[in-house]
Design a protein around this ligand. Structure first.
Ligand SMILES: Cc1ncc(COP(=O)(O)O)c(C=O)c1O
Length: 379
């Protein structure tokens, strides 16, 4: 039986052409901030409506940039959902801040907005809503709490490029939004990301922090006659070769999102009936959210069922996989005060959730094989 992997990156159009142009003598610009970097940033800004988009080497780096821009220091606290990737917390912990873990909602698996306020202390500087599976967090409530308490909002939108919450693009609602172009995401360049800056007060420093703490961007615009060290910063700017790759992907937005929507809907149609009789839960998308069609997950009734279904599919060469281990129960999370039992919804979901193979090139026949094998699974 032919393997159906969990993910398979796809080349969708002009990737090779643009990469070779980035390498060619005509353009001769392979470091950062070249033609393709600017083209990607312009496209993200115009399609999303953020103040500015800065390409970065990863979503992790975009989160680290946000942490630097917020001037976080030891003793500060940042509220993050427990059910997320390590970078959501690690980026802030690197600055000495303490991640404070919030539980998630049982329906969307996003941060439980009603649990945020009681975690806020005098030391809280930011909250980081993660739009899990590209379905929006309850941003109205989160921004209301943030405004009331004077904390920043950093949207970790690694999964949700082009998705919307009440008609607003995810990543453009908080002070910052972060994106990922890792090979498992909808739009890829191998490793890559972007920081969306929505709060204009951070714009000036953002280009400095991204460029090793220097004012090189001003120098390149001819605003100063030399550039030097003016602030904290690091090397967050990707090479124009990667931006060329990404540019070709962004150009195919309509095809990529259309295809992913069809894949998601085929899984939903094939599994809905089975799920209700088997007691499994499929993804929930509130009516005021339009999703990014990033992943298809299922929540099984028990951890044992999840384990057995993954093994059943694996025997048939189908690779379904679990997702995050709740951060509050991880080794590092515990060192920051995380306690088992403190985020029960995250703990419950983490041991029951599996993600089905989901990539641009998956055929209808392959999807039907996945669905048929799930339906055959005896619980
Ligand atoms: C929610 C979330 N944030 C951040 C990241 C990190 O993204 P990157 O690999 O681009 O650094 C991931 C990775 O998948 C993620 O799932």
């Amino acid at each position: 039986m032919k393997k159906i992997p969990f993910n398979r990156p796809a080349i969708v159009g002009n990737e090779m052409k643009y990469i070779s142009r980035a390498l060619s003598t005509a353009v001769a610009h392979v470091s950062g901030d070249g033609v393709y970097t600017r083209r990607c940033e312009k496209k993200l800004k115009s399609e999303l409506g953020c103040r500015r988009a800065f390409l970065t080497t990863s979503c992790t780096d975009a989160l680290e940039m946000a942490a630097l821009l917020l001037n976080l220091k030891p003793g500060d606290e940042v509220i993050v959902p427990s059910f997320t990737f390590v970078s959501t917390a690690n980026a802030f912990a690197l600055r000495g801040a303490r991640p404070v873990f919030a539980d998630i909602r049982p329906d969307t698996l996003n941060i439980d907005e009603e649990g945020i306020e009681r975690l806020i202390t005098k030391r809280t500087k930011a909250v980081v809503p993660v739009h899990y599976a590209g379905v929006g967090c309850e941003m109205d409530r989160i921004c209301q709490i943030a405004r009331k308490t004077g904390i920043a909002v950093v949207e970790d939108n690694a999964h949700g490029l082009f998705a919307e919450y009440r008609g607003r693009k995810l990543g453009t609602i908080g002070d910052f939004g972060t994106l990922s172009f890792h090979e498992t995401k909808n739009f890829i360049c191998g490793e890559g990301g972007a920081l969306l800056v929505n709060n204009p007060s951070f714009l000036k420093r953002a280009e400095i922090v991204r460029d090793k703490g220097t004012d090189r961007a001003r120098f390149l615009r001819g605003e100063v006659d030399k550039y030097t060290w003016v602030d904290f910063g690091s090397s967050f700017l990707p090479s124009d070769i990667l931006a060329a790759f990404l540019c070709a992907q962004l150009e195919k937005k309509r095809m990529i999102q259309g295809r992913r929507k069809a894949i998601w809907e085929r899984y939903m149609a094939g599994l809905e009936g089975w799920a209700s009789s088997a007691g499994a839960r499929l993804p929930a998308v509130p009516p005021h959210c339009s999703q990014s069609w990033h992943m298809f997950y299922m929540l099984m009734r028990t951890p044992g069922e999840r384990r057995d279904l993954i093994a059943h599919l694996r025997k048939r060469n189908i690779h379904a996989i679990f997702h995050y281990v709740p951060l509050h129960s991880s080794k590092m999370g515990k060192a920051f005060g995380g306690r088992k039992g403190s985020c029960p919804v995250a703990e419950h979901a983490s041991v029951r959730l599996l993600r089905l193979p989901f990539y641009l090139g998956i055929s209808e026949h392959e999807q039907d094989r996945v669905v048929a094998e799930i339906r055959k699974f005896r619980m």
